[in-house]
Design a protein around this ligand. Structure first.
Ligand code: RNT
Ligand code: ZN
Length: 392
């Protein structure tokens, strides 16, 4: 008997159908972030450093220098990654050399659309509001200067149009996520005014109804923006709920003992959609490659247990320049899917039933014993059937 057949039988005794799990696993989209491929530099070639309090470190050779190189790196990664993959682009990754951010158009992304169609990939999108002279004060959409606000508002409106073009051309709704670094290094006197300006700017950006899934991403702090962030969690939680947008929860954007897995069921009762930026913060929002660790599995379990995969969009968000970048994608994407598989194969029904009868002993026993169920044999089978390597 091979390992998979044995695993299938073991799971069947618990009422778990491994074939159904494999099918569901394969269909859940995971959006792969293009910015791991070039350490978040983009292709504007303005020579500016990454800003906004995020940082890619490491000097492993092979960072993409242009869109063709990036696409061929993604091509290689895709040969290692099973399942439904989407590609997550930032505005600075189009054919945008010499193009100002308030002038970007769908045509600057024509090569990405052609490539995505060829590969049967859907595309998600992000306006880029960092790494630019007009973000140098540390404020963009909340800047006191209306001309600067208007520049970024225009960039965001155009980004939504580009995302809508992806939706239409590819036939799958594009998730368009807005993150800004706006904030202060030191304690501000007026915490209110920048937030009021941000509300006004967002109202303008989202005024036009477009065929995209709009998301907004909060943050606690960044390097050089330690004391105050305009777009805090409470800010965007309120804004998203009130305006029916998706709320983006990034694993690295909260206090060190907070985890996003603990937020999913609560927030999902008040916002229609969530976007997850699955990342690994090491002591700060360091954006390390995600491991198959307890938190990753907890995130996957929250999505699967509550049947949220239609309205919780999974995207990865990390960038490590110290290792091979294709491997960084492959390891992280496979880990996300392994976590989903573990979640799909747990005896949740029995655990829940025990809990409902206040039988916490059985709940604990099932939780712990299920950790050594042979999920890895199912994973190997899934990789082999998908034509992807069982081991990297
Ligand atoms: C930064 C945010 C944001 C970025 C990407 C590049 O802290 O997490 O999502 O990582 O937009
Ligand atoms: Zn993020």
């Amino acid at each position: 008997m091979n390992a998979y057949t044995f695993a299938k039988e073991q799971y069947a005794t618990l009422g778990i159908d491994t074939e159904a799990a494999i099918k569901t696993l394969d269909s859940i989209p995971v959006s792969m972030h293009c910015w791991q491929g070039d350490d978040v530099r983009g292709f504007e070639q303005r020579g500016g450093a990454l800003s906004g309090g995020i940082q890619a470190t490491g000097s492993h050779p092979g960072a993409a220098n242009n869109a063709d190189e990036l696409r061929s790196m993604i091509d290689r990664a895709l040969t290692l990654i099973p399942g439904t993959t989407r590609i997550n682009l930032h505005a600075m990754y189009g054919d945008v050399k010499g193009v100002e951010r308030n002038e970007i158009k769908p045509e600057h992304f024509a090569a990405w659309i052609d490539w995505a169609k060829e590969h049967n990939l859907a595309i998600d999108f992000n306006p880029t509001l960092f790494g630019h002279p007009k973000s140098a004060d540390g404020l963009t959409l909340s800047h006191p200067d209306k001309a600067i606000r208007d520049f970024w508002i225009e960039h965001c409106k155009r980004s939504r149009k580009i995302a809508e073009t992806f939706t239409k051309e590819i036939g799958s709704p594009s998730v368009c996520n807005l993150w800004i670094a706006d904030g202060f290094k030191d304690v501000p006197a007026d915490t209110m005014m920048p937030r009021k300006r941000l509300v006004e700017a967002l109202d303008e950006i989202f005024a036009e109804k477009l065929d995209v899934i709009d998301a907004v991403e909060s943050k606690l702090f960044g390097i050089g923006v330690e004391s105050y962030t305009v777009g805090s969690h409470e800010f965007y939680m309120g804004y998203a709920a009130k305006n029916n947008l998706a709320l983006c929860l990034d694993a690295g954007h909260f206090h060190p003992t907070e985890v996003i897995s603990a937020k999913i069921s609560a927030v999902s009762l008040f916002v229609q959609r969530l976007l997850l930026h699955v990342s690994r913060p090491v002591r700060w929002d360091s954006d390390h490659v995600i491991l198959l660790d307890d938190e990753l599995i907890a995130i996957a379990k929250e999505i699967i247990r509550h049947d949220l995969s239609d309205r919780v969009h999974i995207g990865l968000d990390y960038f490590d320049g110290s290792i091979d970048r294709v491997s960084a994608w492959a390891v992280g994407m496979r880990n996300m899917r392994k976590a989903l598989l573990i979640a799909l194969l747990e005896p949740y029904k029995q655990m829940k039933e025990a809990e409902y009868r206040f039988d916490f002993t059985t709940r604990l026993t099932l939780t712990e014993e299920s950790k050594t169920l042979p999920w890895a044999a199912v994973w190997d089978e899934y990789c082999a059937r998908s034509g992807r390597p069982v081991r990297l």
